[in-house]
Design a protein around this ligand. Structure first.
Ligand code: IFM
Length: 451
């Protein structure tokens, strides 16, 4: 199966970056060589993870990274996006864990030798447990801890990193972890969620200053997840609900980053639900960004509640992925355009996009035509946004391989490479082959621009 893009698409330009993405806790395993984190603790609480699993072994990437890197190279990607496990590189007393640092150092060297750009995320949700015991993201001191972590990592990695993201999806850490309570650490409290969001944004700002000082030539920024919010009906109440949801879930993170202020919705929260914001905080958050990473999977539809708030309506009829998420590629174009119209956006990278599908390994093959279609539709959506003026520098498929899908455990497969967990054998899916062909044809076009 092929992924077809218009021949003249800017996605096929030499400068456009194609890549695949992963995150430390989801693939590494090797829990005995790092400090425990909040996700280890969460997994050990009965009922938190659908299949009762954990990240102790995951894809055993820690021992198989060289083979995995061959796989990445075989895809003809320009870049590989991965995250650093904080508790693998920094000890509880703040000193460097050299063995852990060496692991990423070797990976960076190997990527460099293969000409693959490293996109490094500093925080993809795996806060060390000892920091959680000190209050975690609710304790404002976390900002200093994160700054120090960013400093040590960026000094150790030097200029081998093409791009840093301070945080991956602060919405998930704050909202899913502290308001909905379905992610670690499993708290359900609105004020905590808003406070954690504020501390995450502050930590981002503090780390950005360090990154710009230590790595002035790297592309430094942050990755947010966005889900465009649609009204369930044409009623004024539902339209307003969708606007509020957009403010609460999307703009709550983007507006402080780009404009140094929270959406007006903040003023509508009762005082006891608002975050504590100190003088100078908003300026620290709004550090200039070299790029904004956007993760997109689906849209969300909202209706009004009788309390004047919003509630999402589960999709039923449209094509759904295994996550129950609607396949809605035009939402990606629409959210990119609306952000472009609303803000002075830095260059955007689509840092995650992909789908969980009901994959089966049959006679050594995994045929996933619906995922191929998903990628094609979303790449076309990116193309459409570029055509309408949004500056987009790259696109990363989520994910390189099946992995630990947080509260869903190993039940949901997002990989373009299938992982047979009992044997740890990797099998390229049809979608992996389709992306491989696309990525290769882009490289070939760059080499032979006339063809
Ligand atoms: O697996 C996650 C990833 O860790 C963050 N973004 C969304 C993906 C799919 O749920």
């Amino acid at each position: 199966m092929k992924i077809n893009l218009p021949k003249t698409s800017q996605l096929l330009d030499n400068k456009f970056i194609f890549g695949v993405a992963t995150a430390a806790f989801q693939i590494e395993g090797g829990a005995d060589s790092r400090l425990p984190c909040i996700w280890d603790d969460f997994c050990s609480q009965p009922g938190r993870i659908k299949d009762g699993s954990d990240g102790l072994v995951a894809c055993d990437h820690i021992h198989r990274w060289q083979d995995d890197l061959e796989l990445i190279e075989s895809l003809h990607v320009d870049a590989y996006r991965f995250s650093v496990a904080w508790g693998r590189v920094i000890n509880a007393d703040g000193s460097i864990n050299q063995q852990g640092m060496d692991f990423y150092s070797q990976l960076l060297d190997a990527l460099q030798a293969k000409g693959i750009k490293a996109f490094v995320t500093l925080y993809h949700w795996d806060l060390p447990s000892y920091l959680q015991q000190q209050g975690g993201w609710l304790n404002r001191n976390i900002v200093d801890k994160f700054r120090d972590y960013a400093d040590k990592v960026s000094q150790a990695f030097g200029d081998r990193v093409y791009s840093y993201a301070t945080l991956n999806e602060p919405f998930c850490s704050a909202y899913l972890g502290y308001e909905a309570g379905i992610h670690a650490p499993g708290v359900q409290d609105r004020q905590s969620g808003r406070q954690v969001a504020h501390h995450l944004l502050l930590a981002h700002g503090a780390a950005m200053q360090v990154l710009q000082k230590n790595c002035p030539t790297a592309l430094n920024g942050i990755v947010v997840n966005v889900s465009p919010c649609y009204a369930a009906s044409a009623s004024e109440a539902d339209k307003r609900a969708a606007q509020m949801a957009d403010s609460y879930h999307n703009q709550w993170y983007i507006q402080p980053l780009l404009e140094g202020s929270y959406p007006d919705l903040l003023q509508q929260l009762p005082e006891h639900e608002r975050p504590v914001i100190e003088e100078g905080d908003m300026a620290l958050i709004a550090q200039p960004l070299d790029y904004l990473g956007i993760n997109y999977y689906t849209r969300t539809v909202f209706e009004a509640t009788s309390q004047g708030w919003f509630r999402d309506v589960k999709p039923t009829t449209a094509p759904l992925t295994e996550m129950g998420w609607e396949v809605f590629p035009q939402g990606l174009t629409e959210i990119l355009l609306s952000l472009h119209q609303r803000y002075a956006l830095p260059p955007v990278y689509i840092t995650e996009n992909g789908a969980a599908m009901p994959d089966e390994l049959l006679q050594g093959q995994v045929d996933d035509p619906r995922r191929v279609a998903y990628f094609e539709q979303h790449l076309l959506a990116v193309h459409a946004a570029i055509e309408q003026g949004v500056r987009i520098g790259g696109y990363f498929a989520w994910s390189l391989m099946d992995n630990f899908e947080w509260a869903e455990g190993y039940l949901k497969r997002f990989g373009i490479v299938y992982v047979d967990y009992p044997t740890q054998q990797r099998t390229m899916k049809t979608s992996g082959l389709a992306l491989q062909q696309l990525f290769q044809s882009k490289k070939n076009k760059a080499l032979n621009p006339i063809s």
